[in-house]
Write a protein that binds this ligand. Structure first.
Ligand code: PGA
Length: 246
């Protein structure tokens, strides 16, 4: 059963904020959030790679590194070499506690294959990081009733990994729900949860896609293990209030 203690909240800042903006965000968030609630439900904060070093340092200085965990938004499927623009898990190792892998905004670049995403998960687990592995169908696939089969394909290569680790989380993020204001029905999410849990024994499942203060209580009632929040995490004050609704 998911309790507040083991529930995961991920704020995905995407490509927003330089460090000074992030520090202001953090100061406002901390002045507004109910610290008891934050202590109960840790925040996984996914920021651009350029902010990770200073974020890590700042959280240590503020004695917050146990309750706000820096997260990388992606990593390379390679460990080292001539891969301009990529960052390996080793290079981020001391800065983060978790990695988002296979976010649809990364997938749309078509740089990586499914095998690459599974390899990223393997490398992150070898570095003892939590893996937030995103999967989600397009609107066309959703309308054609292909959601479950498509998710199965994206998640197939995780089969071996999750058996050896309790650090794998599946983030169900329908592409058509991200930043659109639309969401799947409760029954559809529960159906996916049932199928995924049958296929991936005991893998915790998170949901992401247009979660906001107005609907977070509904999403919380889905009985999932956590939520990934993009756009609604950018306003620190509003995001702090969201914690009250969990
Ligand atoms: P959204 O983004 O909350 O803005 O829909 C979610 C995500 O991209 O993970």
């Amino acid at each position: 059963m998911t309790t507040k203690q083991n529930r995961i909240i991920i704020a995905n800042h995407k490509m927003h904020f330089n460090f000074s903006q992030l520090k202001s965000w953090l100061d406002i968030f901390l002045s507004e959030v109910n610290l008891n609630l934050l202590n109960q439900t840790k925040l996984y904060l996914a920021v651009p790679a350029s902010n990770l070093f200073q974020l890590n340092q700042t959280l240590r200085d503020m004695n917050l590194s146990q309750i706000i965990i820096p997260v990388a938004q992606s990593i390379s499927p390679h460990t080292e070499g001539a891969y301009t623009g990529q960052i390996s898990i080793q290079q981020l190792d001391s800065l983060i506690g978790a990695v988002i892998i296979g976010h649809s905004e990364v997938r749309t670049t078509n740089i990586y294959t499914d095998q690459d995403y599974w390899q990223m998960a393997k490398l992150a687990l070898e570095s003892n990081k939590k893996v937030f592995f995103c999967a989600g169908e397009s609107l066309e696939q959703y309308n054609n009733g292909q959601t479950i089969s498509f998710l199965g394909k994206q998640l197939e290569g995780l089969n071996d990994l999750h058996n050896s680790s309790d650090k794998v989380y599946i983030c169900y993020e329908p592409i058509w729900a991200i930043g659109s204001g639309h969401q799947p029905k409760l029954t559809e999410i529960l159906n996916i949860k049932t199928h995924l849990l049958e296929q991936f024994w005991k893998v915790p499942m998170l949901y992401g896609g247009s979660v906001d203060i107005e609907n977070v209580d509904l999403v919380s009632s889905f009985g999932l293990n956590g939520i990934l929040i993009g756009g609604a995490s950018l306003d620190a004050k509003k995001f702090a209030r969201l914690y009250d609704c969990l």
